[in-house]
Write a protein that binds this ligand. Structure first.
Ligand code: NAP
Length: 286
């Protein structure tokens, strides 16, 4: 029997509707949630990403400010603008779209964002909050993957999860969130000698590599859950993930597609984090 689809588009719509309700409630009390999105340079993919994020904000009733700057903007000017946004009470989340031009240090920029507005959850402080389980902002992509897993009703306690990829923004926080949900977690990376050995034992596989067909049907335990984070193009230029979807869906119990899986969930979780930030600011004000 083919795997049950984990439909990220559908789930994200439910989450976005919930965000819209909460945004309307805050707005009615005089505090409309606000997100500032900063884009430096001309990276075409980044332009698409920020457009989608701003559009999603508008649909949820979140006030958004999109600031586009030339690629030669200085690091000092960017840091100064972030400082202004940190102090702006109408802004509850600040997102600087990566990658930045080479002359700007992304670490300095991320650390310049006030932790209370770090809705991407990329700063060292936010990473610490994710690691220790303290309230804070979970990075949007792994946060969205957890919501997808939760949506299946599968209890992670006693389950073995394998995360392929160990980036600071996806793989590592993903592993931490799975651990907090009581899964037993293995992290694989480019130096893992026999990836299939690990994935075949997994009840849940999260693939976050950025390489097509990293996970094929022979690498998956029958009935396992497979979450595909990857964004790649096939020979025909069509969007695809890291997972051989056609093959793996014949073996897995649950599978998320690309497109229509993790991508829309990442945007929904950005709205969720912005709402959380605004709700915290409101609670402080009240
Ligand atoms: P990244 O920083 O390039 O990390 C990729 C990870 O994959 C690294 O840890 C790397 O290992 C590992 N890897 C590479 N080749 C491998 C192999 N053959 N076997 C096992 N592991 C291998 O990428 P990322 O930012 O985490 O993103 C991963 C993918 O997710 C990309 O396709 C990205 O576009 C996509 N993504 C999607 C969303 C979304 O919203 N849908 C959001 C973020 C990212 P090393 O550490 O050893 O190099």
């Amino acid at each position: 029997m083919p795997a049950q689809l984990i439909n990220g588009t559908q789930l994200s719509q439910q989450l976005r509707a919930d965000c819209a309700r909460r945004a309307a409630a805050l707005t009615a009390q005089g505090m409309q949630p606000g997100l500032a999105v900063i884009l430096v340079g001309e990276d075409p993919a980044s332009h698409v990403y920020v457009r989608n994020k701003v559009k999603a904000c508008g649909e949820a009733g979140i006030h958004s400010v999109l600031e586009k700057y030339e690629a030669d903007m200085s690091e000092a000017a960017l840091l100064a603008r972030i400082a202004e946004l940190n102090a702006d009470p109408a802004i509850h989340g600040i997102l600087v779209q990566m990658p930045l031009p080479k002359h700007i240090d992304p670490h300095k920029v991320i650390e310049a964002i006030a932790v209370a507005k770090d809705v991407d959850g990329y700063s060292v402080l936010s990473a610490g909050e994710t690691m220790t389980g303290l309230p804070g902002f979970r990075p949007c992509t792994p946060f969205g993957c957890m919501k997808m897993i939760e949506s299946t009703g599968v209890d992670l306690r006693g389950k073995h999860a394998v995360v392929i990829g160990r980036s600071n923004t996806v793989g590592k926080p993903m592993a931490l969130l799975l651990l907090q949900a009581n899964a037993t977690v293995t992290i694989c990376h480019s130096g893992t000698p026999d990836l299939a050995y690990h994935t075949r034992q997994a009840d849940i596989v999260v693939a976050a590599v950025g390489r097509r067909n990293t996970l094929t049907a022979d690498m998956v335990k029958p009935g396992a859950m497979v979450i595909d984070v990857g964004i790649n193009r096939d020979e025909e230029g069509k969007l695809c993930g890291d997972v051989d979807f056609a093959g793996v869906q014949q073996v897995a119990g649950y599978i998320s597609p690309v497109p229509g899986g993790v991508g829309p969930m990442t945007i929904a979780m950005l709205l969720e984090n912005t709402l959380l930030s605004a709700e915290r600011a409101f609670a402080k004000r009240a």
